[in-house]
Design a protein around this ligand. Structure first.
Ligand code: SAM
Ligand code: SF4
Length: 315
């Protein structure tokens, strides 16, 4: 459906858990997060009901996220139910990849079409630092497992952190040379765990174009500006929420694992969906989507207005 600013809202990002097996410095507090009570997170049935209601309003793409969606008990059942909802043509999942060796094949079997894997570095020491203890090999094995399971096209999400991984831009871009890996550089956002230091480490995505000047512009893809190395099909995407607001083309809304709809990532507005069914759920969703704010106010000098951290929103 269209929102009040005539944007076609067809994409729902659905967080299925706040928990994670990593502790990325820009996302989670070092101590981890307090586990929500079982009854405080959306059940598999509630998720399915929300997706059905959203599909009836024109949502065609759902991305399951978290926290780490693969630590959610029942994740395969969730994926199966979401993929089976009439009108949902794309069921995607964003993961840190470390549990893909266990799940990749089954994710494919239950109807997940696409995977995004987060990977900020190819250096094992740096990986352990950024994720506070993660093993790069687990993430790389996860990417291999996804390929083996038949996820031919794979997107890798990389958060650029000034002075930390910007020296690896070219190596990360080179991953696209196989023609089927797509790398998306995401600007570091000052939210939650990174609210008070992201400004100092912020690097505009234009750093990618400076590091790899032979990149040529390709089509844009939703919120990402796309580029390619000459003679490769793999794309390099720049997602620049800070340096270049993509709000005019924003096509998404989010639902948190405890059932709050967030019309805008960086707004404090949250609309409760729990306990709503049938017409009440449909009407609440319709009103919330219609009322999506025109734009957020992040500009490199401010911090997010969101009351939640990224692990509690899903990115
Ligand atoms: N655990 C999964 C993962 O890491 O892919 C899914 C959830 S994670 C919150 C989703 C995405 O948000 C990841 O690509 C992560 O790098 C990104 N992210 C988290 N905090 C961020 C921040 N402060 N700025 C920019 N991106 C962030
Ligand atoms: Fe976990 Fe993803 Fe957040 Fe890293 S970015 S701590 S993997 S939820």
């Amino acid at each position: 459906m269209q929102d009040q600013f005539d944007r076609d809202i067809n994409y729902l990002r659905l967080s299925v858990t706040d928990l994670c097996n990593l502790r990325c410095v820009y996302c989670m507090p070092e101590s981890g997060v307090t586990k929500l009570r079982h009854e405080d997170i959306l059940s598999v049935e509630e998720i399915e009901e929300i997706v059905r209601a959203a599909a009836a309003l024109g949502i065609t793409k759902v991305r399951l996220t978290g926290g780490e969606p693969l630590v959610r008990h029942g994740i395969l059942d969730i994926c199966r139910r979401v993929a089976a909802v009439q009108g949902i043509t794309e069921t995607c999942l964003t993961t840190n990849g470390t549990l893909l060796p266990k799940y990749a094949r089954e994710l494919r079997e239950v109807g997940v079409n696409r995977l995004n894997t987060s990977l900020d570095t190819l250096d094992p020491v740096r990986y352990a630092e950024i994720t506070r203890g993660g093993d790069l090999n687990d993430a790389l094995r996860g990417i291999d497992a996804a390929r083996d399971a038949g996820f031919d096209v794979l997107k890798i999400n990389t958060v650029l952190i000034g002075g930390v991984n910007d020296g690896e831009i070219r190596d990360l871009v080179d991953l696209t040379r196989d023609g089927r890996t797509h790398v998306r550089f995401i600007e570091l956002m000052p939210i939650g765990a990174s609210a008070d230091w992201a400004g100092a480490r912020f690097l505009e995505n234009s750093a990618v174009l400076r590091a790899v000047p032979e990149l040529v512009a390709a089509d844009s893809d939703g919120v990402a500006r796309l580029y390619r190395l000459p003679d490769t099909d793999g794309t390099v995407g720049l997602i620049s929420p800070i340096s270049s607001h993509f709000c005019p083309t924003c096509n998404r809304v989010r639902v948190t694992s405890d059932g709050k709809l967030k019309p805008c990532l960086h707004s404090s507005d949250e609309i409760n969906l729990r306990g709503l069914h049938g017409d009440a759920l449909a009407e609440t969703l319709r009103a919330a989507i219609y009322g999506k704010p025109q734009h957020h106010t992040l500009d490199g000098t401010t911090t997010s207005n969101s009351a939640r951290s990224m692990y509690a929103i899903g990115g």
